[in-house]
Design a protein around this ligand. Structure first.
Ligand code: NAP
Length: 492
């Protein structure tokens, strides 16, 4: 029998049993029968951290069997029993928060304090849904028929598939899984192959918390191999995906034949709009956060910065100065900016910068890789970026900030909305009437006014247009994993 390979860590992990490399299926830690593995590396220096199991399509389908078998008992548990198990998972995540943060830094590269923040954020969904699972309520309906009584029930969908990205490897999984488990669904999940160790550590803690075998499965391997059987299998009643719009479209098509419920958190192209009546220092500080958090690899990342011409020069000067002061380094040293995830991500920065410069933009700072290593890219500011530059239309997903002036409210609303994306928009102004008008006019699922941080377990996170379908977080996030049944009883 194969045993799990060791993960080589440059930092101390107190509980080494969190370092799993096999898939977690039906309550067992499984190697691929073929013996195949996928290497996981540290983006800071390219070193190999270890090898995770690369499961086959048949083994992935086996996870559906396990989840299907486990469903009736999990769905039938008293809600307070499910709540107690989720609460125990939350307590364990909190107890092991430092280890989880360190594992994340090593495979994802993000600065340690950001990783700690993500673990807290990830845990908050488990706590929230542990509480919410006791309240799967639904409004009653007064009967419209003589001699008949009507009732509405909220029932769990069944087996659901969850697919998560590498930029928030813990929070994106708990945001989905805690909601689905609280609703009474069972889960098959696939974490990004770039950052599977975080998801496997969460599975280890779920097992310790008493999540029964088959209820929560984490299947590692090549995404297309693992996920295709899930999209094609009618027993999988919903697919919840966070990732690029391109892969979202593919999964949408693949799921059509089995008419699945789809929840999709896709790409973003957030505008930041700074009016001349804004508190300029605060607008600069908040926009720095909106651009450079997670080293720019955030679906909520500022991708187009529109500044009122009256304060344009002052904003650009202050913003550039602050961007130049950001530290770059290895995640464990807790800098402002760490490495990007892979070579493809760095090349995208280079392409967007080169393209903007040929179309008339000026480079205010950065614009190249950093001496620390091939995946480190300097915080970069481009000013006077023209509307036809690729960066004004495509997600950059990195630390490049394009700034452009505007002359009127109508003009900037039109330019901000001129995108296929609609996740979040940031607005800076001190005029309440303007804030009201803009909040209405901006075609985005979330509008942040004079601040950057808007996320949290009690809010419905999600986008409009091609940024996605459905909402995560809040009561709505749990309801996505339920179906309403209408019962009409005749007493005559
Ligand atoms: P991605 O390439 O779309 O990958 C996301 C997930 O899909 C990963 O688990 C990946 O697995 C899997 N995947 C890739 N190809 C697949 C296929 N053919 N079939 C099934 N699954 C497949 O996105 P990413 O580069 O990891 O993440 C960045 C994107 O996510 C950005 O566009 C960002 O805006 C978006 N995002 C959105 C939100 C939100 O809440 N709206 C949050 C975070 C990120 P492998 O890694 O194993 O290939």
């Amino acid at each position: 029998m194969m045993s799990e390979t060791a993960i080589s860590m440059r930092v101390d992990i107190a509980d080494k049993r969190l370092l799993r490399t096999f898939s977690y299926i039906d309550g067992k830690w499984c190697a691929a029968e073929s013996g195949e593995t996928i290497a996981v590396s540290d983006p800071a220096n390219g070193s190999r951290l270890g090898d995770i199991a690369s499961m086959s399509a048949a083994e992935s389908a086996g996870a559906i069997d396990a989840a299907q078998l486990a469903f009736p008992a999990w769905a039938g548990l008293l809600p307070q029993k499910r709540a107690a198990i989720l609460r125990c998972w939350f307590d364990l995540i909190q107890h092991h928060a430092e280890d989880l943060a360190r594992i994340m830094v090593l495979e994802q590269g993000k600065p340690l304090s950001e990783a700690r923040g993500e673990i807290e954020y990830a845990a908050s969904f488990v706590e929230y849904y542990a509480e919410e699972s006791k309240r799967p309520n639904i409004e009653g309906v007064t009967s419209h028929l003589p001699d008949a009584e009507v009732e509405l029930w909220r029932e769990p969908l069944g087996v659901v598939a969850l697919i998560t990205p590498w930029n928030f490897p813990c929070a994106m999984l708990t945001r989905k899984a805690a909601a689905a488990l609280a609703a009474g669904c069972t889960v098959v999940s696939h974490p990004s192959s770039e950052t599977p160790l975080s998801a496997l550590a969460l599975a280890e803690l779920a097992e310790r918390a008493g999540v029964p075998a088959g209820v929560f499965n984490v299947v590692t391997g090549h995404a297309s191999v693992i996920v295709k059987p899930w999209t094609k299998d009618a027993r999988v009643r919903a697919l919840s995906f966070t990732g690029s719009t391109e892969i979202g479209r593919l999964l949408y098509r693949q799921s059509a034949d089995t008419v699945k419920r789809l929840i999709m958190e896709l790409g973003g192209h957030a505008p930041v709009i700074v009016f001349k009546d804004a508190d300029l220092d605060r607008a600069v500080e908040e926009t720095i956060k909106a651009k450079f958090a997670t080293s720019g690899q955030d679906c909520l990342g500022a991708n187009r910065i529109f500044v009122d011409r009256a304060v344009y020069d002052a904003f650009c000067a202050k913003f550039t100065k602050m961007a130049q002061s950001l530290s770059i380094g290895f995640g464990m040293d807790d800098p402002d900016i760490g490495p990007l995830m892979n070579e493809k991500a760095v090349r995208k920065q280079e392409e967007h910068v080169a393209d903007a410069l040929t179309k008339g933009a000026r480079l205010a700072c950065g614009g190249k890789r950093h001496a620390l290593g091939p995946l480190f890219y300097e915080p970069t500011v481009l000013v006077d970026v023209s509307a036809d530059a690729a960066i004004m239309h495509e997600e950059t997903f990195g630390p490049v900030a394009p700034i452009t002036p505007f002359d009127s409210e109508e003009e900037v609303i039109e330019r901000a909305n001129a995108t296929e994306y609609g996740l979040v928009a940031y607005l800076h102004s001190q005029d309440p009437r303007r804030i009201f008008r803009l909040s209405r006019a901006l075609q985005f699922g979330m509008v942040a006014v004079n601040r950057t941080k808007v996320t949290g377990a009690p809010i419905p996170f999600g986008g409009t247009k091609q940024s996605g379908l459905g909402r995560e977080g809040a009561r709505l996030g749990m309801e996505e994993f339920t179906e309403i049944k209408y019962v009409c009883r005749d007493w005559a």
